[in-house]
Design a protein around this ligand. Structure first.
Ligand code: R7I
Ligand code: MG
Length: 355
């Protein structure tokens, strides 16, 4: 797709959710591999593209990331907004139906069990008890949040944050998980609303950074007697590091991972997902001939670590900007859950058009 041709809004809605789905399904085979190489990511993609329906291509399965994303979409559409009980019940129902198939986070499943008690009244309570009351800082909030940016397409970032926070708090109450999920939602929301070409990287990073500084101060306090320690400015600092990395041409994977992370924590995966999208706006060695969406997914996975989740988040941002057309048909058709994802994207688009 030529850089000057921006995708239509409906194509961006589809691009965001299908872009996320592909990231999850393509990242999944690499999620437990110790050292992922770009060469092996290219091999997977080449094999999949070369297959002429000989019958030996296995559909790539989605993980808990997509399973929970689909539940969020269904619940938002049914209730025309956030409904805690309905969303919690959907999360739990899907988990118990497929629990051995989707590789859920190590602790979140305790919450699903608690919700299933017939005495359950407060659906927000079980998450507050995780990790001895600290709450989980896993990336489970960020991995599933993209549809919220679509649902809130016409709304401002404060409204976006309100609903992102509520959905995240159902399972993750650590402030860094909540801020991280919001950062991911905002990145998708900004990409979706960006009508400039080429993509305005500096403006995008500036908006993300300003919003994170504001909310980090609001969350952790800006009082001078009690200045927040460095860890409490994690996201704004990592966004600054992204800007510095993008200005350099020689950043090694090890340095990136050491600074931005590539693990199951929110702060160890959301920044590197945003970086992957931005880095893939320009050519990447070894990915010549690939469009920016394809580069985003292949590069994000090649960074290793929590590959399915990093690629789902990078893919949602990239798809929201580049649109459905940037995602090769063959890639889409090799993913489990394509038709329900397409339907949800169209339903969310119809919803925002009429509300
Ligand atoms: O965040 P969550 O839903 O997991 C999502 C990840 C994604 O990569 C999925 O694809 C799936 O593979 O898992 O699930 P949680 O169980 O809340 O958190 C995930 C992991 O983060 C936990 O199992 C812990 O290892 C770690 N973690 C923490 N460790 C110590 N202290 C999260 N919070 C803490 C903490 O407070
Ligand atoms: Mg994962």
């Amino acid at each position: 797709m030529a850089e000057s041709q921006l995708a239509s809004l409906v194509s961006r809605f589809r691009g965001c959710l299908i872009g996320a789905l592909v990231g999850d399904c393509f990242g999944e085979p690499f999620q437990f591999i110790k050292s992922v190489q770009l060469k092996s990511v290219k091999e997977l993609v080449h094999n999949l593209e070369a297959d002429e329906s000989k019958g030996d291509t296995k559909i790539l399965l989605y993980t808990d990331d997509t399973e929970m994303r689909l539940s969020i979409e269904a619940s938002l559409l049914k209730h025309k907004g956030f409904n805690a009980e309905d969303m919690a019940n959907r999360f739990a129902k899907e988990y118990f139906a497929n629990r051995n198939k989707r590789a859920y986070g190590g602790h979140v499943t305790k919450i699903f069990s608690a919700w299933s008690s017939k005495y359950m009244v407060d659906f927000f309570l079980p998450a507050t008890l995780q990790f001895n009351g600290a709450g989980s800082y896993g990336n489970g909030g960020g991995m599933r949040i993209a549809p919220v940016a679509l649902f809130m397409y016409k709304e401002n970032s404060h409204k976006l944050k309100e609903i992102s926070d509520k959905i995240t708090r159902l399972t993750h109450t650590h402030e860094l998980a909540i801020l991280g999920a919001y950062l991911q939602a905002l990145a998708v929301h900004l990409a979706l609303n960006t009508a400039e070409s080429p993509f305005p990287t500096d403006k995008f990073l500036q908006e993300l950074t300003e919003s994170m500084i504001y909310h980090e101060e609001e969350t952790f306090g800006k009082c001078s007697q009690n200045p927040p320690s460095d860890s409490l400015k994690l996201y704004s600092q990592k966004l600054n590091a992204i800007k510095e990395f993008l200005a350099r041409s020689d950043v090694e994977k090890e340095e990136l991972v050491e600074t931005l992370g590539n693990d199951v924590s929110a702060f160890g995966s959301i920044p590197i997902s945003i970086y992957s999208f931005l880095r893939a706006l320009t050519e990447i060695n070894g990915l010549e001939g690939r469009n920016p969406y394809e580069r985003t997914i292949m590069y994000a996975i090649s960074l290793g670590g929590d590959t399915d989740t990093i690629a789902i988040m990078a893919g949602a941002i990239a798809g929201a900007y580049w649109g459905e057309e940037a995602i090769p048909q063959k890639w889409q058709q090799n993913c489990e859950g394509l038709s329900v994802t397409q339907k949800h994207a169209d339903d969310l688009y119809d919803y925002v058009k009429t509300h």
